[in-house]
Design a protein around this ligand. Structure first.
Ligand SMILES: *Cc1c(COP(=O)(O)O)cnc(C)c1O
Length: 456
């Protein structure tokens, strides 16, 4: 039997995939990725792909860095595991927490580690409610998120997020979480200018605070740029207004930096790019470039000091500040810093990529092409002027486009009929050229299909 088929059969027999229609996948057989180097993946048939998604938005330094493997091996030999409960610590946790505090905005100096972005948002939910309880306001426990936001897949993460399909499974959201509209001008701005729409969507936060009462609202959580929702870059008017509102009412601001953090937007954090001042930042993905699971909550001095009088915070994970994960993350931060990767994105690769990517808006299938740092999206549409949706179910054309993209050797993801991209931050100009060449070919093939099937 061909090895790929054998892999696929065993995978179907025993492995349940995340976010997957298992019956449909088992019928078709999964793609088997066997190795990766730089910005390229190789599958079990030897086909190469340019990884336009950096794994799942995380492989910021690219694949195959030996230093990362060496550090992991060294740390495993030295101290493979110890916990940081019971008044104990270890050098990798100390060093990583210090380094993160240096990189974070000046008012944020403390980190509580977790194993994943979802877990870190669970931490955040409990921490902000605990914070207000310690301030003598236990009823100040409502957290406001946004429709179509993604904050992970655990009970708290999925509740804070605004994905309707996720809420329908497992009885979510849990109580005292509310959602306002997203600043997605292309899809929802109608006749407003982007600036008017950004302001209107930000003011929904103020309306929500007044509706539920300042004495009930604990925090607002948002991604600086929505990632999984479809790389939704808010209008420029949005974040300054949000900041004004949280400051005015004294509500805590949680910036979910799981995608935006560690260089994705051309700065260390999305909060730097949008000039926002969060009380907590969620970090994961790019923290270790995905080489090992690690995440955390970076906490402002206000929240840190606010919680101290509360005594023990009954929270944490067996793998909080795992020594191997901390050592690997620290090495990743060293590489990002010493190789000047974040500044290089801001000054060189992002401007180049942005120019080339935005030119894709001239394609007859593309209504808008947007990019910030190295995360971007294409809005596929049958009518650019009216920003129309395709006939029938959303996502049919997007899925076609993704399949063509894979066949053309480029990993792009589709969210409905948006195509999204988030390549490793080490992508070179010639690799960007290749990405654009493959994306263009993919759009041409998708356009032909959409015409043929009467979708446009
Ligand atoms: C991926 C993601 C998460 C969840 O992180 P996991 O490590 O998958 O649990 C949370 N927030 C945002 C913004 C994400 O993109």
């Amino acid at each position: 039997m061909n090895q790929t088929v054998e892999f696929q059969q065993l995978d179907a027999a025993h492995h349940i995939h995340p976010f997957t229609d298992t019956a449909a996948l088992n019928e078709k057989g999964a793609r088997v990725i066997t190795k990766a180097k730089g910005c390229f993946l190789t599958d079990s048939n030897g086909k190469e792909y340019l990884d336009g998604m950096a794994g799942l938005w995380c492989v910021n330094i690219g694949y195959g860095r030996d230093e990362m493997a060496d550090v992991a091996a060294r740390q495993m030999r030295e101290l493979p595991y110890y916990n940081t409960f019971f008044q104990t610590t270890h050098p990798p946790a100390i060093a990583l927490a210090k380094r993160i505090a240096e990189l974070a905005p000046a008012h944020m100096n403390h980190v509580l580690f977790a194993g994943s972005g979802s877990e870190a948002n669970d931490t955040n939910l409990r921490m902000v409610r605990h914070y207000w309880a310690v301030q003598g306001k236990p009823e100040k426990n409502i957290i406001i998120g946004r429709n179509n936001a993604y904050h992970g897949s655990t009970v708290a993460g999925a509740s804070l997020g605004g994905m309707g399909a996720m809420h329908k499974q497992g009885g979510l959201p849990i109580p005292d979480i509310q959602h306002i509209g997203q600043p997605h001008w292309w899809a929802e701005g109608e006749d407003m200018t982007p600036a008017e729409f950004g302001l209107a969507r930000a003011q929904e936060l103020e309306q929500a605070i007044l509706h539920y009462g300042v004495d009930r609202v604990a925090a607002f959580i948002a991604e600086p740029i929505q990632g999984a929702g479809g790389v939704i870059i808010p209008p420029e008017s949005y974040w300054p207004e949000i900041q004004r509102i949280v400051d005015h009412y004294g509500i805590l601001l949680i910036a979910d930096e799981v995608i935006c953090g560690f260089g994705r937007t051309g700065n260390w954090f999305g909060s730097n790019t949008f000039n926002i001042r969060p009380d907590i930042m969620t970090i994961a993905k790019g923290l270790s470039s995905g080489y090992i699971p690690i995440a955390g909550s970076i906490v402002s001095d206000r929240v840190y000091e606010g919680i101290l009088p509360g005594g023990e915070f009954y929270h944490g994970y067996t793998y909080s500040s795992h020594p191997v994960a901390c050592a690997v993350a620290l090495e990743n931060l060293r590489i990002l810093d010493e190789e000047n990767i974040v500044a290089n994105v801001r000054e060189k690769t992002s401007p180049y990529m942005t120019t080339r990517w935005k030119a894709l808006a001239e394609h007859p299938l593309v209504g808008e092409a947007r990019m910030c740092g190295l995360m971007g999206a294409l809005e596929l549409t049958p009518n650019k002027a009216s920003r129309a949706k395709f006939e029938g179910e959303a996502g049919v054309v997007g899925l076609m486009c993704r399949e063509h993209s894979f066949n053309n050797g480029l990993v792009m993801r589709h969210v409905g009929d948006k195509m999204i991209i988030s390549p490793p931050l080490v992508i070179s100009e010639s690799e960007i050229d290749l990405l654009i060449e493959r994306a263009t070919k993919t759009l041409d093939m998708t356009y032909t299909d959409a015409k043929k099937t009467g979708l446009m």
